[in-house]
Design a protein around this ligand. Structure first.
Ligand code: GDP
Length: 145
């Protein structure tokens, strides 16, 4: 299996509920390596840019208002099969449909406030990581040994 990178975002509800540590613990327990991590508050415009693929959908304004409502924590992650494995770890978009034991099933309140983002493809993962991190920083953070 190929080593892949994915972008996680611990969303504003995760930060507000003081779940940063719990969610990072689960991510690390699942074998992901953290290559980059920061806390930031997105402007409405930045949230619209990040979720541009959803522009025009009924939930776009609600989504981007929520994503800019408070600080979030983007995390660049690496692992074999990272894209699929991270989506499995977080569960379905709607927490009511998420498998038992997944992050969204255990922590999320609604489809709009679902604790965590995960990239849906290797190509998108790269684009999304670049939205928040300098490539040089990630290289410098690669594990030694
Ligand atoms: P994801 O890849 O599982 O995050 O899901 P999508 O890429 O399809 O959607 C992006 C985000 O938009 C989701 O994580 C949800 O927070 C939000 N979203 C998706 N569908 C809905 C919806 O029907 N209503 C609301 N309020 N938010 C939604």
């Amino acid at each position: 299996m190929a080593v892949e990178r994915t972008l996680a975002i611990l969303k504003p509800d995760c930060v507000r509920k003081e779940l940063i540590g719990d969610v990072l613990r689960r991510i690390q327990d699942a074998g992901f390596t953290i290559l980059g991590l920061r806390m930031t508050r997105l402007s409405k415009r930045e949230a619209e840019g990040f979720y541009a693929v959803h522009k025009g959908k009924a939930f776009f304004d609600e989504l981007t208002t929520f994503m800019s409502s408070g600080p979030c924590v983007p995390v660049a992650l690496e692992k074999e099969n990272a894209i699929a494995d991270f989506r499995a770890l977080i569960g379905a978009t709607n927490p009511k449909e998420a498998a038992e034991g997944t992050i969204r099933s255990d922590f999320a309140g609604s489809i709009g406030e679902n604790i965590v983002h995960g990239s849906d493809s290797v190509a998108n993962g790269q684009v999304e990581i670049n939205y928040f991190f300098d490539q040089a920083t990630l290289v410098a953070n690669e594990p030694v040994g």
